[in-house]
Design a protein around this ligand. Structure first.
Ligand SMILES: Cc1cc2nc3c(=O)[nH]c(=O)nc-3n(C[C@H](O)[C@H](O)[C@H](O)COP(=O)(O)OP(=O)(O)OC[C@H]3O[C@@H](n4cnc5c(N)ncnc54)[C@H](O)[C@@H]3O)c2cc1C
Length: 377
């Protein structure tokens, strides 16, 4: 397989005895310090309490999607689940919704008090046409094996209460979704891992590797490391091209604090193409990738003017027409997709794994994907 990195023989760096000694005793090396890499290290530390586990992150801490996302702990809106059923079929979709729901519960029980977990629930706005009650009944009975109670309910009275545009046709609520502080999530996981003696090497980019027993890999084109197992949790930055992972940049903005903001919760509209939530008294709003799919298939953290303008326009006309809030910050983050949009855990060498959650719901899925990776090791 063609590797994206420089070959090991091209690297000339004189390492000391001490460095070599300490860098040749790692059992599990995880590349990527996003939520998936962190949870994978945690699961491995539970399964192998005596193993030496290290995470190598090329940035200060996670710098792809985990530190730049919207912080929804979600499992899919009515229209997203309908779209997934069409693409993957009923049983695969249910399996993934079930994993997301289990992942949400795992995050809540393990870290809830440290990451501002708020149980406000999730909502979907229907702007152009109302949702039919019979469609909600059908999806509720489809989801019953996972939740064992009614998931989606109409809440028309909240349209006015939350201050949405009077043109909003329906508002559907589910009580199972929550929201988190993504920065605190990363630091809380770091704290958990420190207690398990997992090493976190920041500013450490894996620039090449060679499969074998042990595997050898190079950090920052300088330091040689030896390890028994190498696990890439690098999402939109795969180590080999053949995996055909597509980067998917997402645009986000956050407003300044809004006096008397009433809305609380995680909100979706247009099949999840747009999503927003409150962060205390601010509104965080993201999405709109469908407006420039080609331009947003990119790994650079750039702002897309067309999409950012569209977000501001929708913020002022649909979400908060009576507030017209000022914008405090705008940014982008990088997701990853496979062709069928399904998660992937794959051996790409005898002792080398690449894993990714896929799509925009990696928060809820990561704890479970991490368990699945650990089962393979
Ligand atoms: C704008 C946006 C909004 C989102 N909103 C939500 C949401 O509300 N809810 C939700 O569930 N999901 C959301 N997501 C998706 C979610 O954030 C991701 O699915 C999840 O964070 C992926 O985690 P990860 O650990 O797999 O990847 P990442 O967080 O991307 O981590 C991969 C890490 O690998 C590192 N890396 C890459 N190459 C190397 C290398 N060679 N050596 C060392 N390190 C390397 C990168 O620096 C990065 O830190 C959103 C994503 C974006 C972009």
């Amino acid at each position: 397989m063609e590797c994206n990195f420089q070959s090991l023989s091209e690297i000339g760096f004189m390492q000391s005895f001490w460095e070599t000694d300490q860098l040749s005793i790692i059992d599990f090396s995880i590349v990527g310090g996003g939520i998936l890499g962190l949870f994978t290290a945690y699961e491995l530390s539970l399964k192998y309490p005596k193993a030496r586990i290290a995470i190598f992150e090329r940035d200060l801490f996670a710098a792809g999607a985990t530190s730049r996302n919207a912080g929804f702990a979600c499992f899919g809106s009515v229209t997203e689940i309908a779209a997934d059923r069409k693409q993957w079929g009923d049983s695969k979709t249910l399996e993934i919704v079930n994993k997301r729901w289990k992942g949400i519960q795992r995050i809540q029980s393990l870290l809830g008090d440290k990451i501002n977990y708020e149980n406000y629930g999730g909502y979907e706005l229907f702007i152009d046409k109302p949702i039919l009650q019979q469609d909600l009944d059908e999806i509720n009975s489809y989801l019953n094996p996972v939740f064992q109670e009614i998931v989606f309910k109409q809440q028309p009275e909240k349209i006015k209460e939350f201050g949405f545009s009077a043109n909003t046709q329906s508002l559907v609520f589910n009580p199972f979704e929550g929201q988190i502080h993504s920065g605190k999530l990363i630091l809380a996981l770091h704290e958990l891992l420190r207690a398990k003696n997992v090493h976190f090497f920041a500013n450490s980019e894996v620039t090449s590797y060679e499969d074998g027993s042990p595997i050898e890999f190079i950090i920052n084109n300088k330091h040689k490391v030896q390890t028994e197992k190498l696990i890439f949790c690098t999402n939109a930055f795969p180590p080999i091209n053949q995996l055909q992972i597509k980067p998917a940049r997402g645009q986000v903005l956050i407003t300044k604090p809004i006096p008397n903001l009433k809305l609380r919760g995680c909100f979706h509209f247009q099949e999840g193409y747009y999503y927003f939530r409150n962060v205390d008294n601010r509104i965080l709003f993201g999405g709109g990738r469908h407006l420039d799919i080609h331009g947003e298939t990119d790994t650079r953290f750039l702002l897309n003017e067309l999409i950012q303008k569209d977000l501001i326009e929708k913020l002022n006309t649909i979400i908060a027409p009576s507030h017209m809030p000022d914008i405090e910050q705008q940014w982008s983050g990088i997701m990853a997709f496979t062709d069928n949009k399904l998660p992937m855990i794959k051996y790409i060498g005898k002792h080398v794994i690449y894993a990714m959650n896929c799509n925009g719901m990696g928060i809820s899925l990561s704890p479970i994907t991490a368990q699945e990776i650990t089962e393979l090791l």
